[in-house]
Design a protein around this ligand. Structure first.
Ligand SMILES: Cc1cc2nc3c(=O)[nH]c(=O)nc-3n(C[C@H](O)[C@H](O)[C@H](O)COP(=O)(O)O)c2cc1C
Length: 363
């Protein structure tokens, strides 16, 4: 049974499949272009890039396909409250730096929020869709994105966040369930103490968001195959946004040790942690996560993005050396459904399975 939704028409999609933006190297231009060319839409997570990096990566996507693609930034974040004495956080990661033969780490000055600097490059990069997570955009940014003719997608982890996003002017909402890999998009709870309030499963979140807003909803979190896509459509979503399923594709840019960990891990082996970046994110449990959480507790983990900067060199070196115990192994709970292969095959397989599942259900 062929699938058609309003959002698919608006975004010119053959299939209701969005490859999630995955800042930090997962979403290479090759992956983004392959998904878009295959009839879904690929997204570049550009938060950790600078303006030249955004233009370069987007140029590489455009050289590979003339199909639409998306760009994604983190919404501007509150000023991090760095403790007067950050030594406990530094002391906690020092032994790991030494273990990999790296110089002692130190707390870098807060680099400042990259949103304002990156926005012009994101607007000019040729993407037709702009998505964001972890907050609301300033009204001026919403206006600039609309004036550029881009479709605007915001991320919600609760109904209240979805309603706030709709009021702010987004064209559609990504409902991110608690199964999702990577950073939580939660912004309307007190993150340091209460991000757990934003841990609502996809099955519960999507229909409640669909009921509360008048814009299309995209389901995200734990969706790994055509059955998940069919289920999301049944809950009222117009499309799905999938991250983990694309991370083990040949085109994905994460270290092999991360891909291997995803292919080996099971659904009970992930946890939401602040240990790597200072912001809650779901990844496969490893030694760094366990030891940092056990040793100093939340108090010894610096706020985002300062903790992220503190662990960056360690993570990069661990990637080069294949040391999965020091990598942020972001992944969602649908791990057992991961498989290797080219992204074009994955998109075709997902679309076929979803259509087949819906036909089967229709009798
Ligand atoms: C490695 C990784 C990086 C991510 N980076 C971003 C990002 O930069 N921006 C964003 O909006 N979402 C990001 N996400 C979250 C995804 O948009 C999405 O919510 C999630 O992947 C869905 O769950 P799944 O991984 O189970 O498919 C990331 C997810 C992963 C796994």
């Amino acid at each position: 049974m062929p699938i058609r939704t309003n959002l698919m028409d608006r975004l010119e999609l053959a299939y209701p499949i969005i490859q999630a933006p995955m800042a930090g190297g997962g979403d290479t231009p090759e992956l983004v272009a392959a998904v878009s060319a295959a009839g879904g839409i690929g997204f570049m997570g550009a938060t950790y890039l600078d303006p030249a990096g955004i233009s370069g990566a987007a140029g590489a996507v455009r050289d590979a396909t003339n199909r639409p693609f998306g760009i994604n930034l983190f919404a501007p974040q509150p000023e991090p409250q760095i403790p007067d004495d950050p030594a406990p956080a530094v002391d906690q990661v020092k032994p790991y730096y030494a273990e990999l033969g790296l110089e002692e780490p130190s707390v870098a000055a807060n680099p400042g929020d990259p949103f304002e600097a990156n926005l012009p490059a994101a607007l000019q990069c040729g993407a037709s869709v702009f998505s964001f997570t972890m907050g609301l955009l300033p009204p001026g940014a919403v206006q600039a994105i609309k004036e550029q003719g881009m479709f605007l997608l915001g991320t919600a982890t609760t109904v209240n966040e979805a309603v706030a996003l709709e009021k702010s002017g987004v064209d559609a909402i990504v409902a991110q369930g608690s199964e999702a890999g990577g950073h939580r998009g939660t912004f309307a709870t007190t993150l340091a103490t209460d991000f757990g309030g934003g841990l609502v499963g996809t099955m519960a979140l999507v229909p409640q968001v669909v009921d509360a807003v008048n814009v299309p909803v995209v389901a995200s979190g734990g969706i790994m195959d055509g059955r998940g896509i069919a289920a999301a459509l049944a809950l009222g979503a117009d499309a799905v946004q999938m991250g983990t399923a694309f991370l083990t594709c040949a085109e994905a840019g994460i270290p092999d040790a991360h891909k291997d960990a995803i292919l080996k891990a099971t659904e009970d082996e992930t946890r939401v942690t602040r240990a790597f970046s200072g912001r809650p994110a779901r990844g496969i449990v490893n030694r760094f996560m366990d030891e940092v959480e056990a040793a100093g507790g939340a108090a010894a983990i610096l706020p985002f993005p300062v903790q992220n900067a503190l662990t960056r060199t360690l993570r990069a070196e661990a990637g080069k050396k294949g040391r999965a115990e020091f990598l942020s192994l972001w992944a969602g709970q649908g791990l057992r459904m991961s498989r290797r292969g080219p992204a074009s095959d994955l998109v075709a397989e997902l679309a076929g399975q979803a259509e087949e599942t819906l036909s089967h259900l229709a009798g």
